[in-house]
Ligand binder design. Structure first.
Ligand code: PEP
Ligand code: MN
Length: 334
């Protein structure tokens, strides 16, 4: 549904032309002629109608979309929360998914030790980057396919399902045994990548872009879902604001807003949101209190020696304490 308000001085002929064109697009048109304003109600599937194109017409004053452009991700057409199974663990609805692990896979000993320790602390899934989108080309870029091999070793050792980032479609051949594919903040609007993931049959963890709105995040989820893959996990990981005290600003309001607009699970990444380990705990507890469906948090066995994002990484013990506190917060808001 869409509403088009026409300018006062539009002629009957101009209106008839516009109505004929809209009808040719397969839509019904309801005309309401008031004393001062004329309104067209466009009925039907307006998802593919370009509002800016209509707004640009000389006789049009304003266009308002009543039905959002995202359908598959929309709560309006899917009342119940979506719940996905990830290697036996559930995400969505009342389940709180704990994803933990280092920013990057560095070597076998590192990833296996972290995997064992976060599993013991209660994690449901192991994270670890193999293809890293670093800001500088001179920084550690990840171990690529070898990194995925090491993640699979840690998976075998602990039984934890794994999530890792795909930066380019050409890397998909290494992802056969990866349980959840991560789309990083920088790739949230890489539409070709999203389309390719729409053809996959496994959950996608879609991170919100640094400067993207909630609606844009939902439209990106829609890209994946429109291709047939409806298993999308939304992740708020902090957005760019004028504030410099933290790496980004955690948009905690994205949790209730996304959950209202969509049935998809919503998780928080407190690590990239603040960039400082000691703030990870309060942000995580805030996310749990706000009703998030889980967290993805960076944990390193030796944060001071991490090749990437050490300053924001928790130790496995700190992660263990955090898990206990999350439970308490969740019980308190039940
Ligand atoms: C990450 O999770 O390793 C990462 C690079 O995060 P983001 O895409 O949110 O910056
Ligand atoms: Mn990181």
């Amino acid at each position: 549904m869409m509403i088009v308000v026409l300018k006062k001085n539009s002629t009957t002929e101009q209106r008839a032309d516009l109505i004929e064109w809209i009808k040719s697009l397969g839509l019904d048109v309801h005309l309401s002629e008031g004393k001062f304003q004329t309104i067209l109600g466009l009925i039907g599937d307006t998802a593919s109608i370009d509002t800016e194109l209509i707004e640009g017409l000389a006789i049009v004053e304003k266009v308002t979309r009543i039905t959002e452009q995202f359908k598959k991700a929309n709560r309006k057409f899917h009342d119940d929360d979506s719940v996905f199974d990830v290697g036996g663990a559930k995400i969505g609805d009342g389940n709180f998914m704990l994803i933990a692990g280092p920013c990057s896979v560095e070597n076998e000993e590192q990833i296996c030790e972290i995997a064992e320790r976060v599993k013991k602390a209660g994690a449901h899934m192991l994270r670890g980057g193999a293809f890293k989108p670093r800001t500088s080309p001179y920084d550690f870029q990840g171990l690529h396919a070898d990194g995925i091999e090491l993640l699979l070793k840690a998976k075998k050792l602990t039984g934890l399902p794994i999530v890792t980032e795909l930066m380019d479609i050409s890397q998909l051949k290494y992802f056969d045994d990866v349980d959840v594919i991560q789309v990083g903040a920088r790739n949230m609007q890489n539409m070709e990548l999203l389309k390719a993931l729409g053809r996959e049959n496994k959950p996608v963890l879609l991170k919100r872009g640094l400067a993207n709105t909630v609606k844009e995040l939902l439209m990106s989820a829609e890209y994946i879902m429109a291709g047939g893959n409806e298993q999308v996990i939304l992740c708020e990981r902090g957005i760019r604001t004028f504030e410099t005290a933290t790496r980004n600003t955690l948009d905690i309001s994205a949790v209730p807003v996304l959950q209202e607009l969509s049935h998809l699970p919503v998780i928080i990444d407190p690590s990239h949101a603040c960039g400082i380990a000691r703030y990870v705990r309060p942000l995580t507890l805030a996310a749990a209190a706000a009703g998030a469906n889980g967290i993805i948090v960076e944990v390193h066995n030796e944060p001071a020696r991490a090749l990437c994002d050490g300053p924001q990484s928790l130790t496995p013990d700190e992660f263990g304490d955090l898990v206990q506190s999350i439970e308490k917060v969740r019980e308190a808001i039940l």
